[in-house]
Design a protein around this ligand. Structure first.
Ligand code: 13P
Length: 250
């Protein structure tokens, strides 16, 4: 059985005071022995101060990193720096990085390799845009995003995949449980081809895109949906806790 994994991607939100209150609120409401992995991904500048207040049941991660270990890369953050301030994982390939900041699969592969090399876990995001879905290209897009970045040279043990259809992010338009399941099953099938059946069975695939407390249980009840990568609803302790509860084993 794959353990469910609920992650909050805070994106470019919250002040330090609000962020501290949020993690304290989540920690206070966390069900004992939740049976769910939980992590939050605050903006870079909040990582170090939050590491000091975050409880043991909530892991800390970053939303992005650079692929070089150090050097003249003004404005960038190296994977080792994230580890150094208490991060356990990093999100790579979020659709906002791909589509607003022009990150390519070639670049994302370097980032994934660099993060894993220093011992960070990775959430690798994939997902099609609305026009791609409407043109019947969903599987072709997912195929490219998976095969160009993952593969035999990328150990999969510390990688979680997040399927985030771009048309469902921040729009209130959630993929139906069946649409999510179909995409997740396709992704798992590709992992089977790229690695082997054991790796496909073990890899966790989160769904992301307008997940909230009210739709979490149904989405996360699909056989190939192993958790959620949550944006807007992860900024409110009650909503995020509701999603964690929706992910708990029945
Ligand atoms: P929303 O939950 O706000 O739709 O965002 C999803 C997302 O992009 C998480 O990474």
């Amino acid at each position: 059985m794959r353990k469910k994994y609920v992650a909050g991607n805070w994106k470019m939100n919250l002040t330090l005071a609000d962020a501290k209150a949020l993690v304290q609120g989540i920690a206070a409401g966390m069900p004992a022995n939740a049976g769910v992995d939980v992590a939050v991904f605050p903006p870079f500048v909040l990582l170090h101060p939050l590491a000091a207040v975050i409880g043991g049941s909530i892991q800390l991660g970053a939303q992005n990193c650079h692929y070089e270990a150090s050097g003249a890369f003004t404005g960038e953050i190296a994977p080792q720096m994230l580890l150094d301030v208490g991060c356990k994982s990093v999100i790579i390939g979020h659709s906002e990085r791909r589509h607003i900041f022009g990150e390519t699969e070639e670049l994302l592969k370097k980032k994934v390799m660099a993060a894993l090399k220093v011992g960070l876990k990775v959430i690798y995001c994939v997902g099609e845009k609305l026009d791609e879905r409407e043109a019947g290209q969903t599987e072709a897009v997912l195929h490219r995003q998976i095969h160009k970045v993952l593969g035999a040279d990328v150990p999969l043990d510390e990688v979680t995949i997040a399927y985030e259809p771009v048309w469902a992010i921040g729009t209130g338009k959630t993929a139906s449980p069946q649409q999510a399941q179909d995409a997740h099953a396709y992704i798992r099938g590709q992992i089977g081809k790229l690695y082997n059946a054991k790796a496909a069975e073990a890899v966790r695939i989160q769904y992301g895109g307008s997940v909230k407390a009210s739709n979490a249980r149904e989405l996360l009840g699909q056989p190939d949906v192993d958790g959620a990568l949550v944006g807007g609803a992860s900024l409110k302790a009650d909503e995020f806790l509701g999603i964690i509860k929706g992910a708990q084993p029945a």
